[in-house]
Design a protein around this ligand. Structure first.
Ligand code: GAR
Length: 210
């Protein structure tokens, strides 16, 4: 099967969606590892319960950013996944990890990129008065949340939305978005060509809309 490693720092609902899809065989993947910079994160616990190998270390235990990146690189080199999925991984990934995995590392981000890279995306969409919001899956590059976008999902912003209700509506759609993107990656349908996404051999003019 297609070997997937997950990088995550938090509650792990996107990881859990991948795990369920593996378990019910709706997605032909094998989750081979969860790597985290937050040893106390719920996602680490969930992975352990499922018998998936985990590596969870705080960057505070390392002398420098480069040292932490090197440790992460060593882990990934030993695991050799086909794909790395960043699912709520809240740390910037350094060049030592990024360079060898470019084109094989994707991130899910809770906005319609290129709108709202970074944090507090739901609050920013509400403050801007957007009528539409959503989530994106993109290739990870050195530019924070700035790599080529593979696929997106759109949700309406409702008049009485709070940050929490909007976040929940987006999260609900993130899981199928991520599963569909990973499925297409596993089928070999998606690639990174220079700064563009290729889908079935053609350069995508706009992200896939799921
Ligand atoms: C998700 O909403 C994901 O899109 C977001 O963090 C949440 C993680 O939820 N990612 C980022 O903000 C990345 N910059 P989860 O831990 O339940 O999957």
């Amino acid at each position: 099967p297609y070997r997937v490693a997950v990088l995550a720092s938090g509650r792990g609902s996107n990881f859990s969606a991948l795990l369920r899809a593996q378990q019910n065989a709706s997605l032909p993947i094998e989750l081979v590892a969860v790597l985290s910079d937050k040893p106390s994160a719920a996602v680490v616990e969930r992975a352990r319960e499922a018998g998936i190998s985990t590596w969870a270390e705080s960057a505070k235990g390392y002398a420098s950013r480069a040292d932490f990146d090197h440790a992460l690189f060593s882990q990934l080199s030993a695991i050799q996944p086909d794909l790395i999925v960043c699912a709520g991984y809240m740390r910037i990934i350094g060049a030592e990890v990024l360079t060898p995995w470019t084109g094989r590392m994707i991130n899910i981000h809770p906005s319609l990129l290129p709108k709202y890279p970074g944090l507090h995306t739901h609050r920013r969409a509400l403050e801007a008065g957007d009528s539409e919001h959503g989530a994106s899956v993109h290739f990870v590059t050195a530019e924070l949340d700035g790599g080529p976008v593979i696929a997106q999902v759109r949700v309406p912003v409702l008049a009485d939305d709070s940050e929490a209700t909007l976040a929940a509506r987006v999260l609900d759609r993130e899981h199928p978005l991520l599963l569909a993107t990973v499925a297409a990656m596993a089928r070999g349908e998606i690639g990174l060509a220079k700064h563009a996404v290729e889908f079935k051999g053609q350069v995508l003019q706009r992200p896939l809309q799921l």
